[in-house]
Design a protein around this ligand. Structure first.
Ligand SMILES: [Zn+2]
Ligand SMILES: [Zn+2]
Length: 265
């Protein structure tokens, strides 16, 4: 299988969901065997690529579904007490393991990006329940011995390349480059004529604090990021002077970060 092209990360939103099964394997006693118990994470990542277009329908358009990418990684638990000790520590460790697993770790696994009924957090509760249940069935005190853990999981990724977001970022870069040139020449780089964002009519004071919540377009008009992204979803012009920014989007899809898979331009 050819290597997956890198995503134009900053303009790509990842929505993740996962489902899986967990097997509790043989009990292991790290003291007598000298072997730490292990957690095996294996399965597939299935990526669906979508594009949300500038001036297009609000619903993202399906571009392509990549073939499943397998992963198989074993982690050793040198401190099983920490792993099996509490739900929160088990969650954190599972999360760290997923982010260090090839293929899975390529995506932004932040808690906000998970949707549906199965988060990696749920994985932790299943692991703990299985471990406790196993100890009860075996008639030993919980946490006196630990199981090796085998988790088979399918991670589904909806990678939505947002053209409006890419256009905003591209405009930011163009303006920043222009401001650097002007600053080098000793000119004034704060070109906005207004003190308010003409999309929401709210104050733009944050801009003067160097906040990244606002963007100055190449025409020198300034807007809030969160106002301009929905605006760019409908049209590619500046809300103030109507200058068309679409040429910067073409440049954005060819950044060194790589083109989005299947994107035509
Ligand atoms: Zn605004
Ligand atoms: Zn303008």
């Amino acid at each position: 299988m050819p290597p997956r092209p890198p995503l134009a990360a900053a303009a790509t939103e990842c929505r993740l969901s996962a489902g899986g099964t967990m097997l509790r394997q043989e009990e292991t006693d790290p003291v007598t065997t000298g072997r730490p118990c292990s957690v095996r994470l294996h399965g597939d990542v299935v990526v669906t690529n979508l594009v949300r277009a500038v001036g297009g329908p609000e619903r993202a358009r399906l571009v392509q579904e990549d073939p499943p990418m397998g992963f198989d990684q074993v982690f050793y638990l040198y401190d099983p007490e920490a792993f099996f000790g509490s739900l929160s520590s088990c969650r954190d460790i599972v999360h760290q393991m997923l982010s260090r697993t090839p293929v899975v770790g390529d995506f932004d696994l932040a808690a906000d990006n998970w949707e549906g009924g199965f988060l990696p957090h749920d994985l932790a509760s299943i692991i703990l329940v299985m471990q406790t249940l196993g100890s009860v069935l075996d008639g030993v005190a919980p946490r006196s011995r630990y199981s090796n853990v085998d988790v088979c999981v399918t991670v589904r990724v909806r990678a939505v390349y947002s053209e409006p977001k890419a256009l905003l970022l591209a405009c930011k870069e163009v303006t920043a480059a222009y401001c650097r040139v002007m600053a080098a020449r000793g000119g004034d780089d704060a070109g906005q004529a207004t003190r308010e964002c003409c999309v929401c009519m709210e104050d733009l004071a944050a801009f003067t604090d160097g906040s990244s919540d606002t963007v100055m377009l190449p025409c020198s008009h300034v807007f809030h990021n969160q106002c301009l992204v929905p605006w760019f979803s409908r049209r590619s012009t500046c809300p103030m002077c109507r200058r068309n920014m679409i040429m910067y989007l073409v440049a954005a899809t060819k950044t060194p970060k790589g083109r989005f898979p299947g994107l035509e331009c």
